[in-house]
Design a binder for this molecule. Structure first.
Ligand SMILES: Nc1ncnc2c1ncn2[C@@H]1O[C@H](COP(=O)(O)OP(=O)(O)O)[C@@H](O)[C@H]1O
Ligand SMILES: [Mg+2]
Length: 349
């Protein structure tokens, strides 16, 4: 007997299919978005013009998957078009973003630092070898405040390049846009494509497609999919949450030696995920979750007062950063109230 027998997977036939990075062959409910992005790119390539697209929507609404899908199609349709996908969560600074672009184009840059304009002109000289370029900055809200210089660079890139250039920026919210230089905002963020939260039936349909290829036949039923969909909806119409719930439930069922996933497996993983998310939070953020749990939706100002009472004095500015962080983590929702002025309310997802 060999020491390393493959583990028999009765339920989870292909775990990769339920990975967050997996890009499926079809993206239901996003056909018109895909079409719109593709049309902008092909228009730019055909006419030699440039454009900027700002993709915005809450976490798990298929923004990254859609862009990856379009890039995949583009590489077979137009292999000579340069494409670069940069996740700003990983590449946070101006230096690292420029280096990533240069690396993708095999443009050597001095290790000890370089002048950005010099680097850009080398990069764009090299782009002359291609039939246009599509550059994606995903999770761009991560860098917005810290290194808006790179956004300023990107808002001017069109002036460096002769050929068609499409810049696609992606973010979970557009709150960060208001704090940027209007010159950046008007070039990079004026053409907006909004990804809406998924509804329960939509999430269920997405799960059904995924389960068909990831799970063994007969190892799950409609109730299991419905419950994962409901959990994804509660987390803000988030397909990632729904899919990972299904994956964790499958793993749990297998570990227990059961041969099918049941609603109780789903319940168990949902509770442990919620608990783990909150208990691993930064202790400074934790009281905000507690206050919201006790009070339901609250205006930012009331939430702030309560926080200060419990925890001690901090500036409103710092407090707003905490709220932004919780929003990014997908733990709270922030909405603008339909009253005069910029009044926002926060609630747990
Ligand atoms: N319309 C869809 N059809 C199938 N899978 C989807 C769809 N939308 C999102 N997903 C899946 O949900 C997960 C999260 O999507 P993602 O694109 O990463 O969200 P975002 O970038 O908006 O946070 C990914 O695994 C993705 O494949
Ligand atoms: Mg994403």
């Amino acid at each position: 007997m060999s020491l390393f027998e493959p583990v028999e997977q009765r339920i989870l036939r292909d775990a990769r299919v339920l990975d967050p990075d997996f890009v499926p062959d079809v993206l239901p409910f996003r056909e018109s978005h895909l079409q719109e992005i593709a049309s902008s790119i092909s228009y730019a390539l055909e006419t030699g013009s440039s454009s900027n697209i700002f993709v915005v929507g809450p976490p798990g609404t298929g923004k990254t998957a859609s862009i990856r899908y379009v890039l995949r199609e583009l590489s077979s349709y137009s292999p000579l078009t340069f494409q670069s996908y940069i996740n700003c969560w990983i590449y946070r600074s101006r230096f690292s973003i420029i280096s990533a672009l240069a690396g993708a184009l095999r443009v050597p840059l001095p290790r000890r630092g370089f002048a950005p304009d010099e680097a850009y002109s080398r990069i764009f000289e090299r782009l002359g070898d291609y039939r246009g370029a599509v550059i994606v900055l995903d999770e761009v809200d991560r860098i917005a405040s810290a290194s808006s210089d790179v956004l300023y660079d990107f808002s001017r890139l069109h002036s460096f390049v002769d050929g068609p250039l499409v810049l696609i920026t992606i973010a979970n919210t557009e709150n960060f846009v208001y704090s940027l230089d209007p010159r950046i905002t008007s070039t990079l963020f004026s053409k907006k494509l909004v990804f809406e939260r998924y509804t329960v039936p939509q999430l269920k349909e997405i799960l059904r497609e995924r389960a068909k290829i990831a799970l063994a036949e007969g190892s799950y039923d409609d109730n299991v999919l419905g419950m994962c969909a409901a959990i994804g909806w509660k987390r803000g119409g988030d397909a990632r949450a729904a899919i990972s719930c299904l994956r964790e439930a499958a793993i749990l069922a297998e570990r227990k030696g059961d041969d099918r996933i049941t609603v109780s497996h789903v319940k168990a993983v949902a509770e442990s995920v919620d608990g783990a998310r909150v208990s691993s939070l930064d202790p400074k953020l934790r009281p905000i979750v507690d206050i919201l749990r006790e009070n339901g939706e609250m205006r930012v100002s009331a939430l702030y007062d309560e926080y200060v009472t419990r925890v001690g004095k901090i500036t409103m500015r710092a407090f707003r950063n905490y709220i932004n962080e919780l929003e990014r983590l997908g733990i709270v929702n922030v909405r603008r109230l339909p009253v005069r002025g910029n009044v926002r309310a926060v609630s747990l997802r």
